[in-house]
Design a protein around this ligand. Structure first.
Ligand code: HEC
Length: 593
């Protein structure tokens, strides 16, 4: 009986927590997983009547560059503080063809009070009282201060806070993160915002999840949006996905195989679990997206109504980093055979810049992209360089990690105020993994650089490997654990991770052990795949105090049950070759005062 009672209490607490959205109210707004909050999906063509009595519907904004649906009300202190800013933003963005629709998701408020707030804040945009909760429900709105950005096709492009100036129990003199402005800049330019969802501290709303409406899953309404967001970075001409997934015909033609890779979670290649911190360029499918894709295939791949289609994605032709300040190329072209496997190819490029350089952005461009699986670039300082003693000594191929290209991630721009150091006279060593695909190809990979405009940045971005040269993986063992760790001697801001093992790698985990002993998961990869040397970049850099230990835990499968294992009868130790092993957890970071 007592046990039963305790369980009942716990259950009611849990459901109360779900309704209260406590996490969404805590602290400053922070990036959250966008797909799980419906970003990328079609918003239904909601009809409404505004406070002036004028009827409307969302599709009437389709000739605008974007529509901002801003939740607000008269009573929530956060909404009150944001009122004047919302009025200013609606006015300035109107000049750039962006419409604002103000929606009050708390219909209990007295209309007189609402009108007084509108006058006090100078809000001129159309204002809707969401009396039957259709906006809150269709958007699964979480707080009274949440904003939603829709593009011309009514695809949800951003949801979250206006910025970080006000929250529950705090106010700053000015905002430091203009989330909504940045999202609008991107959407107006036809691009995907870098940060697509944040929490939006305000007053909490009960989540009213959109009910499944029983309609068919179609290409135009659902699947095309998912494929654009999760597949087209790689599956289009000039990228290394084996076929294009751009049109209805492309997707229909590959439907059975799409269902297979989605069900088996082989595609998209993304291996971080939900335990990990939020990452940029997360291609992974949500449970809902996965079930939509599968249902679409099972129900015979219906095309649907072209009126529901998203805007086509625009892709940059040529260099994604813009015109490079310098381009270097490996000295000799490599002929990739049509069949078989190819050993890693190494090439050294000497730089001949007149002085030290600070790299703001780089991009690695193979000349035969369909034959290049990944490229790693290491830097070697010249012996007589004044900073030569700072060059991390190469130990077992670990140190000096400089740049990388993996499928879907060929260009990299360092966050504002940070840059990578390239010493005068340095050499760049390329490691290139070629894959065969039935056709001979000739490749001469290049790297392009954009330098900082004003020399040395505020912070030098470093990549440090946390490694364990003494690893020893017994023959035949299916689950062997090794660890490596490193202490931060100074306070640091962490930007990203690249875990590295070879073909026996099975799982990888990064955690921070804070000076007080608290442990925090940074990146968790339950199923590591050697074929994908992915880089995981934090949606929001993480500051860790001096004395924090970053610990990497790696699991290996040296049994015959691992299909990639070349020899389960051999004890495996550290080595450069893929039949030997490594345990390196690269961390991108810089010191902070
Ligand atoms: C990061 C790049 C990337 C993304 C994102 C991506 N793919 Fe792939 N995909 C590839 C590459 C590269 C291959 C070829 C793999 C190989 O050669 O082993 C591939 C192979 C495939 C295959 C063929 C599998 C096989 O072994 O024959 C299918 C089907 C597929 N992808 C579907 C998808 C779908 C559907 C999505 C989106 C939901 C997607 N991919 C997202 C890069 C990507």
């Amino acid at each position: 009986m007592r046990i039963l009672f305790a369980t009942a209490c716990l259950l009611s607490l849990l459901s109360a927590a779900a309704v209260l959205q406590a996490d969404d109210l805590e602290g400053r707004p922070r990036p959250v997983k966008a797909a799980a909050r419906g970003v990328g999906a079609l918003v239904p063509d909601l009809t409404f009547e505004d406070l002036a009595g004028k009827a409307g519907r969302l599709s009437e904004f389709r000739d605008r560059k974007a529509l901002v649906i801003a939740f607000t009300n008269a009573g929530c202190p956060v909404c009150k503080r944001y009122g004047p800013k919302l009025a200013r933003m609606a006015r300035t963005w109107a000049e750039r063809d962006v419409a604002f629709l103000l929606v009050n998701p708390t219909p209990h408020e007295d209309v007189k009070v609402v009108r007084a707030a509108i006058d006090a804040h100078g809000l001129e945009a159309r204002y809707v009282l969401d009396t039957d909760g259709r906006f809150a429900q269709a958007l699964a709105g979480r707080t009274t201060a949440e904003c939603f950005v829709l593009d011309a096709s009514r695809t949800l492009r951003y949801r979250g806070a206006i910025d970080d100036q006000y929250g529950v129990g705090y106010a700053l003199e000015r905002a430091t993160q203009p989330y909504l402005e940045r999202a609008l800049e991107a959407v107006v330019a036809g691009l995907r915002p870098e940060i697509e969802a944040t929490t939006a501290p305000g007053c909490t709303l009960e989540v009213r999840r959109a009910k499944p409406d029983g309609r068919a899953v179609t290409w135009h309404e659902h699947v095309q949006r998912i494929v654009q967001a999760r597949c087209q970075d790689c599956h289009r001409e000039g990228e290394n996905g084996p076929f294009a997934l751009m049109t209805y015909a492309d997707a229909k033609g590959n439907a059975p195989m799409i269902a297979y890779v989605v069900r088996e979670r082989l595609m998209p290649p993304w291996f971080a679990s939900d335990e990990s911190l939020a990452m940029l360029s997360d291609h992974s499918l949500t449970a809902r997206e996965r079930s939509l894709l599968l249902r679409w295939v099972e129900t015979g791949t219906p095309e649907g109504d072209p009126k529901d289609a998203p805007l086509p994605r625009t892709f940059t032709k040529g260099w994604k980093i813009g015109k490079p300040d310098a381009v270097l190329q490996i000295p000799k072209a490599f002929r990739v055979p049509a069949e078989g496997t190819v050993k890693y190819q190494y090439s050294t490029v000497s730089t001949d810049f007149a002085e030290d350089r600070w790299i703001q952005a780089f991009e690695i461009r193979p000349t035969a992209p369909q034959a290049v699986h990944h490229v790693l670039v290491f830097v070697r300082y010249p012996k007589d360089h004044p900073r030569a003693h700072e060059q991390p000594r190469p130990r077992g191929g670990v140190e000096g990690y400089f740049a990388a290209m993996v499928p879907g991630q060929s260009a990299f721009r360092f966050p504002a105020g940070t840059a990578r150091f390239l010493p005068k006279g340095a050499q760049l060593r390329f490691q290139i993994h070629y894959t065969t695909n039935g056709q001979e190809a000739v490749d001469q990979t290049r790297i392009g650089f954009v330098f900082t405009k004003d020399g040395r940045p505020q912070h030098e971005m470093r990549s440090t490997g946390i490694y364990n040269l003494r690893l020893r993986i017994p023959a035949g063992k299916a689950h062997h654990v090794e660890q490596a760790s490193r202490m931060l001697p100074i306070k640091a801001r962490i930007h990203g991770f690249t875990p590295h093992m070879h073909v026996r790698g099975k799982a990888f985990h990064y955690e921070a052990v804070l000076p007080d002993g608290t442990r925090k998961t940074l990146l968790d990869i339950p199923r590591y795949d050697f074929n994908w040397q992915l880089h995981y970049r934090l949606a929001e850099p993480l500051e860790l105090p001096a004395g924090t230990r970053i610990r990497c835990t790696a699991v290996y499968d040296n049994s015959a049950g691992n299909p990639a294992n070349p020899n389960p009868n051999k004890t495996v130790r550290w080595g450069n070759q893929t039949w030997e092993e490594m345990l390196i957890g690269y961390v991108d970071w810089h010191p902070v005062k």
